[in-house]
Design a protein around this ligand. Structure first.
Ligand SMILES: Nc1ncnc2c1ncn2[C@@H]1O[C@H](COP(=O)(O)OP(=O)(O)OP(=O)(O)O)[C@@H](O)[C@H]1O
Length: 447
């Protein structure tokens, strides 16, 4: 520890495993001071990315503690190892989207763009991310992490695929950010040569930090001229030491706290307008380039509504329905009445039956309720209706009370008509008609 420097990232007794056996962090301790560049060195697969994921709150430790000098996720600039960019966007669209995510104003974005473009040597703004080389994409990813000038920068192998001159310039810029801007930076790298430029290095292997300190002191302490030799020496010591398991597959006494430690950072607020706009912009940029998908998305609700209406939105056709018409003494023969407009002679139940037949229901007459019920049980009909003997009378009473009614309302009125059909039967009708209609429409599409 350097005297007078504040601890900014503190990891104590960090444990993390995937599944039950693959222990990746095995009680790791690490300290990063404010305003320094910390290089995190270790062989591939030793758990560097996992630890960084826990620091930024993407992953959770099984046990241990991480303390940060910041509270919120938005104070971190994180460049993941994988290229997490929208491939369909141009560079300008990508930066505009992330500027909204970070809540930058137009002027701030313009200023940051000018600064970052000059030192990262980025391609023209209109270039599509998908058309850039791997190294160029990584530089855009780095640019995004630096965009909001965060207090803590976590960069997972930022210089992979970048030429040595640019890599040197990136390191110089990061060092300047830490000394002038008092920013704290953690970088993972495989390059021991690069790591020498850092203020402090952490050498990780087998789920723990073998050593940490400033590169020169480490080399002095172990009596070597290069960090590589220091690392080799420490690795050798670790392997020949007791209780060392190279793959960390079995760890005795793996801690099992009652609760997993909480992530070290929180989000500022669950709802933020700038995030909503960023999300909207993301979709807008995407759809602007994919007009086919836009057309499909616009048409989908129309197609869905049409299909829904065609399949279950209509009246069932050809439904066999029983009818017990007490008004006509169970005969249901309407031909003996004169069917003239406004004829008081013509029974209302006859108009009712005519209206149902117009709806293409097949009316089957039954003399009494008993026989209609039996037919329903035998599934000969879907259900039956019961028209009471004073249907016309009560209907007229109602019409007089309501001050008159149209002929159609009269015919469609359901006064005193009971329908005997269980709700499960109604559901079956709906489903049956839905399937039939759907199959018909599908057939039309196929042929
Ligand atoms: N989600 C996961 N599920 C299971 N195992 C995982 C998962 N993520 C990582 N691992 C394993 O954990 C170990 C550490 O992975 P991690 O990515 O942290 O290593 P690393 O040191 O960053 O490697 P590299 O330098 O190659 O990027 C690896 O053996 C990896 O296979």
């Amino acid at each position: 520890m350097t005297e007078g420097r504040e601890e900014f990232v503190v990891v104590r007794g960090a444990y993390k495993r995937y599944g039950l056996k693959a222990v990746v962090l095995n009680g790791l301790n690490m300290t990063v001071e404010k305003g320094t560049v910390y290089a995190f060195l270790g062989p591939s697969g030793c758990g560097k990315t996992t630890l960084l994921g826990c620091i930024v709150g993407r992953k959770r430790l099984d046990a241990g503690e991480i303390r940060l000098g910041i509270k919120y996720k938005s104070d971190i600039g994180y460049m993941p190892q994988e290229i997490a960019l929208f491939r369909d966007f141009s560079i300008s669209e990508t930066l505009t989207h992330f500027a909204w995510v970070f809540g930058l104003s137009k002027q701030q974005l313009k200023k940051r763009k000018e600064e970052l473009y000059s030192f990262l040597e980025l391609p023209p703004e209109t270039s599509l991310i998908s058309k850039l080389s791997g190294g160029q994409q990584r530089r855009i990813s780095l640019c995004v992490a630096l965009l909001h000038n965060p207090e803590l920068l976590i960069l997972d192998e930022p210089t992979v695929g970048v030429d040595p001159v640019l890599s040197h310039s990136i390191w110089q810029h990061l060092k300047q950010m830490s000394t002038v801007g008092n920013k704290t930076i953690i970088i993972t790298t495989h390059s021991i040569e690069e790591a020498r430029q850092a203020d402090r290095v952490g050498l990780m292997r087998g789920g723990i930090l073998l050593a940490e300190g400033d590169p020169k002191s480490l080399m002095n302490q172990y009596g070597f001229d290069t960090l590589e030799e220091v690392f080799l020496q420490l690795s050798y010591k670790q392997e020949t030491g007791e209780n060392f398991d190279i793959d960390c597959q079995t760890v005795k006494n793996y801690p099992k706290p009652e609760k997993k430690p909480k992530p070290p950072v929180k989000i500022k607020s669950i709802f933020a307008l700038n995030h909503l706009i960023a999300h909207f912009l993301k979709n807008y940029f995407f759809l602007r380039r994919n007009l086919g998908i836009l057309a499909f998305l616009l048409c989908l609700p129309i197609v869905q509504c049409t299909l829904f209406d065609l399949s279950i939105g209509r009246d069932p056709l050809g439904l066999k329905v029983g009818l017990v018409n007490e008004e006509l003494a169970g005969e249901g023969d309407c031909s003996m009445f004169t069917n003239a407009n406004c004829s008081v002679e013509y029974p209302a139940s006859c108009r009712y039956m005519a209206a149902l037949e117009k709806k293409q229901m097949k009316l089957i007459l039954y003399k009494d309720e008993e026989s209609a019920r039996n037919a329903t049980k035998k599934n000969e009909i879907w259900g039956f209706m019961h028209v009471s003997h004073n249907y016309t009378e009560s209907l007229f009473e109602r019409i007089i009370l309501n001050g008159g009614a149209s002929d159609e309302a009269l015919a469609n009125s359901e006064v005193d008509v009971s329908m005997d059909m269980s709700s499960s039967q109604l559901y079956i009708i709906e489903i049956q008609y839905f399937i039939t209609r759907f199959c018909i429409i599908l057939k039309q599409f196929i042929y």
